[in-house]
Design a protein around this ligand. Structure first.
Ligand code: NA7
Length: 536
């Protein structure tokens, strides 16, 4: 293994989540010799690692179905409108069994390095276990929120009780009964976990730095009859997703905030607040994400909902974001999140008032109090979008390190390729269009597979973004992002993670135009015979 002159594989895929699974299926169809490497013991990616209580979709389950196999659509039943993580993990397993994908997967294999070897036009990939593989095309399917980060609070290693990061939750069931539990972070993860933990916990203390604008999920079971109806409607559903800005089933509201009366506004917001899913975020007035005053109105509407639901006015005020507007960060979806704070055994600590000074052997110390816990939960998020790349030693032409090439923010072409890193093809890479993942994954994988097929049929063994292509793409990304209120806010969507050195400044981390526009731009490149890229 590792002989550059005779690569082991035509394509090597890193990651066994949904992106990796479909990449393997699709590239195998091209009769390529393909291998997939996965760090975990099973498939599912996000849905494999995230086992914390309450982990589930907040996109409608059926809108998450892969559309490329009618048989798969016919055979798989979703049981809830927003399926729990274990059901989605089972879905990933079902796909792998059905298409016999597991035989080309190697588990317990964490990739550590990938070096491009110019002479042989191959990648040499090294693993933590000391194995080496060579391949012609390197397909990264590593996820955008897959590298968990612990808080940069002194003493994280000192705590002697049980501690978990939500993104590395154990497989065994965890009991909270009678326990004193502390949880740090109040992002989408924590907002799912807190109400579940609160059901049985002895006492729960929530440490909040930034409150978020969470809205009700309104989940429900799917009966057999309802599933049949959904199945009959898959075609229209996928068409609808392909037309919306972010690939979800929630279409944009064409009207602007100021084009309707206050009563009409309230009526739309009430309606959307009572509907399942992301409606209030994605089907709101079209200027909500750019017009500060319009955004303030809807933020006030959601603030009043929080006030109505939380009994203690002081706690309610702490739970209402003051420094960013509704929808300018990823909107967490909740089920009884606000009600959890009405329980006598759940307490909110605003760490802006009383900062955490250190983690101690028994719990943690704020400027006001010493806390002792039986369990400490870090719901502190991930090194987003570029994190999975930064932890690897990826080197392109002349040994240039990807981490260095991206030190000022990612540089890509279409979010798929990178100048000076030939034959590296990223699925859901930085600068690509995220939204409803499987819809975006299907597009990304199809584009990559078509590209490889084109190279094969034209006798080419090299594809690379041109520097000027990456510059134009970055400029276009900045154009799409102009005027977005979300770009004025620190969040994983703007590439900020204060726990990670070098990630303190906001960047454009994702495609902020519409999904149809993104796809059109990628298609144009393919249709031009990849004229804007270097092929050799
Ligand atoms: P998020 O949304 O990044 O949330 C992480 C939370 O942890 C957030 O409330 C952070 O506060 C908090 N945090 C992080 N570091 C610290 C430190 N050092 N001290 C105190 N609090 C801290 O991650 P999630 O896992 O909840 O969600 C990730 C995405 O997964 C989610 O959006 C979905 O798309 C799926 P901050 O806001 O930075 O002040």
């Amino acid at each position: 293994l590792g002989d550059a002159s005779q690569p082991d594989w035509d394509a090597l895929i890193i990651g066994g989540g949904l992106s990796g699974i479909y990449s393997l299926y699709k590239l195998r169809k091209l009769n390529l010799r393909v291998k997939l490497l996965e760090a975990g013991s099973g498939v599912g990616g996000t849905w494999y690692w995230n086992r914390y209580p309450g982990a589930r979709f907040d996109s409608e389950s059926y809108s998450y179905s892969f559309s490329w196999s009618q048989e798969l659509l016919d055979q798989w039943d979703w049981t809830e409108h927003f399926a729990p993580a274990r059901e989605t993990e089972a879905y990933a397993n079902f796909i792998c069994d059905k298409f016999d994908l597991r035989k080309d997967m190697q588990f317990h294999t964490r990739v550590r390095s990938a070096h491009f070897q110019e002479e042989s036009r191959t990648w040499k990939v090294g693993t933590e276990g000391g194995e080496f593989f060579t391949c012609r095309f390197l397909v990264t399917a590593m996820g955008i929120l897959s590298t968990p980060t612990l808080p940069n609070i002194p003493g994280v290693d000192d705590y002697k009780g049980v501690a978990y990061h939500t993104g590395r939750w154990p497989k065994e069931s965890v009991s909270f009964e009678g326990k004193r539990v502390g949880i740090i972070g109040t992002g989408a993860t924590s907002i799912q976990a807190i109400p579940e933990i609160a059901k049985t916990v002895g006492h729960l203390t929530v440490f909040q730095r930034t409150p978020n604008w969470a809205i009700p999920l309104h989940n429900g079971k799917i009966s057999k009859e309802e599933m049949e109806k959904i199945r009959q409607g898959y075609k229209e559903l996928f068409k609808l997703c392909s037309e919306t800005n972010m690939n979800f089933i929630h279409p944009a509201e064409p009207r602007g905030t100021w084009e309707v009366t206050q009563e009409e506004r309230e009526a739309l917001w009430e309606h959307l607040y009572g509907q399942p899913g992301f409606g209030l975020w994605l089907s709101n007035f079209r200027d909500m994400g750019r017009d500060r005053e319009a955004n303030k109105l809807v933020s006030d509407f959601v603030a009043n909902k929080i006030r109505q639901r939380v009994h203690d006015p002081a706690t309610a005020e702490k739970l209402i974001p003051k420094h960013h507007g509704f929808g300018t960060r990823r909107v967490p979806m909740e089920t009884n999140y606000y009600e959890a704070f009405n329980q006598p055994n759940v307490r909110l600590v605003d760490i802006n008032e009383t900062p955490i000074e250190k983690i101690t052997s028994k719990g943690l110390k704020t400027s006001a109090e010493d806390f002792e816990f039986d369990m400490l939960i870090y719901a502190t998020g991930f090194d987003m979008v570029t994190g999975a790349y930064d932890v690897l030693d990826i080197r392109g032409i002349n040994g240039i390190k990807l981490k260095d090439a991206w030190s000022g923010g990612p540089k890509t072409y279409l979010g798929i390729t990178v100048p000076q890193f030939p034959n590296l093809l990223m699925i859901m890479g930085p600068h690509s269009c995220f939204g409803n993942f499987p819809r975006s994954i299907e597009f990304g994988v199809d584009w990559v597979a078509d590209c490889i097929e084109y190279l094969e049929s034209h006798g080419k063994t090299w594809i690379e973004a041109k520097p000027e292509g990456a510059e134009q793409w970055t400029a276009h990304l900045h154009d799409c992002s102009k005027g977005l209120l979300s770009q004025e806010v620190d969040s994983w969507m703007t590439g900020v993670n204060k726990n990670v050195p070098g990630k303190q400044k906001r960047i454009v981390a994702r495609y902020n135009g519409t999904a149809p526009e993104y796809r059109q731009r990628c298609r144009d490149v393919a249709q031009s015979g990849y004229a804007t890229m270097k092929l050799a």
